[in-house]
Ligand binder design. Sequence first.
Ligand code: SF4
Length: 363
Amino acid sequence: MVLAAQVDIGDEYLAQPEEELCARIAGRKRELGDRLLILGHHYQQDAVYQFADATGDSLKLARFAAEAHDRRYIVFCGVHFMAESADILTADDQIVILPDLRAGCPMADMASREEVEWAWRELAGVADGRVIPVTYVNSSALLKDFVGNQGGSVCTSSNAERVLTWALARGEKVFFFPDEHLGRNSAYALGIPDDEVVLWRRGEKLGGNSAEQLRRAKVILWNGYCTVHMQFKAEHVAMWRAKAPGVRVIVHPECRHEVVRAADQYGSTEGIIKAVSGSPAGSIWAIGTEVNLVNRLKHQYPDKQIHSLSPFQCLCSTMYRIKPAYLLWVLDHLARGEVVNRITVPAEVAAGAKVALDRMLTI
Ligand code: SF4
């Protein structure tokens, strides 16, 4: 699917002070009332996040979208693949909107349908037994459609281990896309030996493996990664342990395996929020995930010491594209009865993708 380009919204929006934009967004929200649902991912900046009717990680937001039968417009403050999932899970007469079409996910772009189909055919030529494909929700609808049609499922960072267990009960091997690290961390948590987990490098014959390695493998990982979570290093964990005795280190499973191993615990964004909110006053946390979420936790829990694990700003620059000016721009159009930036997944792609998403929601 080719994404339409984001149009220039002009100085009428871009040159306005944030305070004024926010006041106008609040007015439009009141005007659109129950016809509108704004969904906000935890990595959104506060200026946008404050307007969300429901907030969460990918899984939670997918569920909100699926259950919002009474809302005509769903404005998704997140990235493109999330808006696609919302469109797949909602009725045809519901309209899903992404405020800025440039808000994609670099990790999702690392596994195109064509590349995966090519790899699938190569693997089928050497592997014995059934291979079950599993795709992280951070992937295009086209890839989810492929996975749905091949008997596989979507997973999120909250349920990857459960979905992997489900898949291994149905086949001899799992082909996991696009995030190597979520796949490796989940396989490790399930006790799958390292020599049964192999990496499929895009562009290399048999993914850079021998036929024997692939025959022996239980889990085959695509070599995609999140540019934000790759910035956390094992030495950051060591640094915090030396600097703040008693610190608890919690990281997202998109982090490298050595970072997850060095941390005290790992979890999805929802899991991180739960761990921090449930900890006693005075707790010290070093958190390895996107900085907007870490800063929000810091403000929400002033009785705890909350730090980013990395000394550098780990910001998701594509999430950050959703700014108040773009949110107001789409709401202004809706108030005039016009729809801009609609995300539509063609019916023939949505069918297989929905099968894969529904499998995840029931596993
Ligand atoms: S944080 Fe990483 S995985 Fe999430 S949207 Fe940004 S680049 Fe993609």
